[in-house]
Structures are given as C-alpha cells and as structure tokens.
Design a protein around this ligand. Structure first.
Ligand SMILES: [Zn+2]
Ligand SMILES: [Zn+2]
Ligand SMILES: [Zn+2]
Length: 222
C-alpha cells in the first residue's frame, strides 16, 4: 500500500486573486510546528500549526469575506485520498482545496467554469429564446460577479442565479431580494454590457453603469 505523505494545497490569494499550488509534506511538521504559505505577491495565505501532528490548526486568509478563518482538521483529513475543501464560514464558498494533486486541480477547474459553460453543458441551447444573446449576457454577468460587483443591499455577496428561456433571475438567499434581467434582445445585452455593477435590493435590482441613470454620481472620463 502506498501512503501519500505529500498532499497538494491550492489557495487563491486574497490580494492578487491568483491560484497557487503548494506541496504540504507531513514530515515538514517534524522539524517545525508551524508552516506558513505566502503568495508570490507577498500576501500571507495560510498558516498551519500543530502540537502533536494529530490535530492541525489552519489560519486561512479568506478571499471571500476578507477575514481570517480558524479551521481544525485531523491528520487523516489532510493526507487523504479525498479532497478537503476549505470553506468560508461566512459565505459558504470554497476558498481552497487540499488533497491529491490531480483531484485538487479538477476542483479548481470546476470552480473556474463560467456561467456560460455551465449552461452550455446542460444542453440548454434549444431552450433559450435567443441563445446567442443569452450566452453573451451570461458572460457579462459572470464578469461583473467575478469583479465582486454583483451584490445585495443586505451585504450578502453570494447571489443565486437562475436561468430561464428569456430571462435571468438573481436572488439573494439571505434576504429574499429578487431581480430579473431580460435576456432576449440586443438591447437587453447592451444594458448589461454597459453596466459595471448590479445591486439587488428588496423589490428588484439596480444596474449601475455608463450611460445609465446612476445615483447622481458621474464618472468623469477623459
Ligand atoms: Zn497574491
Ligand atoms: Zn471567509
Ligand atoms: Zn440580500
């Protein structure tokens, strides 16, 4: 039986957003009690410490909520054939993975999939009123979300997306706010392409962007 004493660790940097892989050897802990992982940009990512090499304490700098999470795992959770996902307790989102390298890579690839790819995989093309418009709207929405500009007024950053034939519904599971984006015409597409921020609020959503009515603020572009 082959026992893996090295496990892979994938973490996304809260500072620069890059994903980096690190190797974590069980034997490193025989010399040191604490191991620090730092991004190439210099930002601290994770600190693992143990007293007895049985219980390991993780201090994770979280990308999602910008706080530090304290997590506790056993040796068998970390050096295992299963992937362990490091989850933000604030948002429930996965911020890192620990486990066999190939599997960890797969988890990252899954996470990187765009809304469009997910919809395409479901074989939805025939279902949409105007697939071309829908896919482009999903791309635009994905971009806004990735930049952290899809939010709810209640402060919850995790917005649910439901896709229908001619519209996309955005819902906040935390306060119940619901907003609808039409996804049928070129004008619908232009609306979202001209937006740089979407905020859900009770009774609808607000698109903020160029050429749209915005909260009295004007972006001066020269
Ligand atoms: Zn970084
Ligand atoms: Zn968090
Ligand atoms: Zn909300």
């Amino acid at each position: 039986m082959l026992v893996a004493t090295t496990t892979a660790l994938a973490l996304r940097c809260p500072n620069c957003g890059k994903i980096q892989y690190h190797a974590l050897s069980l034997f490193s802990f025989s010399v040191q009690k604490t191991i620090r992982f730092t991004c190439t940009c210099g930002a601290p990512l994770l600190l693992i410490s143990t007293k007895d090499r049985r219980v390991f304490y993780f201090q994770l700098e979280c990308l999602m909520c910008e706080r530090r999470h304290l997590l506790q795992y056993f040796l068998k959770d970390i050096w295992s054939s299963q992937v362990l996902s490091l989850t933000c307790e604030e948002t429930g989102l996965e911020v890192g993975f620990v486990g066999p390298r190939e599997q960890v890579k797969k988890c990252i690839a899954n996470q990187e999939r765009s809304l469009r790819e997910m919809a395409e995989d479901l074989g939805f093309a025939d279902y949409f009123t105007n697939p071309e418009i829908m896919y482009e709207i999903l791309d635009a929405l994905h971009k806004i979300a990735e930049e952290g500009n899809l939010t709810c007024q209640c402060g919850n950053p995790q917005i649910e997306v439901e896709i229908f034939a001619e519209r996309v519904e955005l819902k906040c599971p935390s306060c119940g706010a619901l907003g609808v984006l039409d996804a049928e015409s070129r004008a619908d597409l232009q609306t979202i392409q001209n937006s740089w921020e979407i905020e859900l609020k009770p009774g609808g959503l607000q698109l903020l962007g160029l050429g749209k009515v915005r909260r009295s603020r004007r972006r001066s572009k020269k």
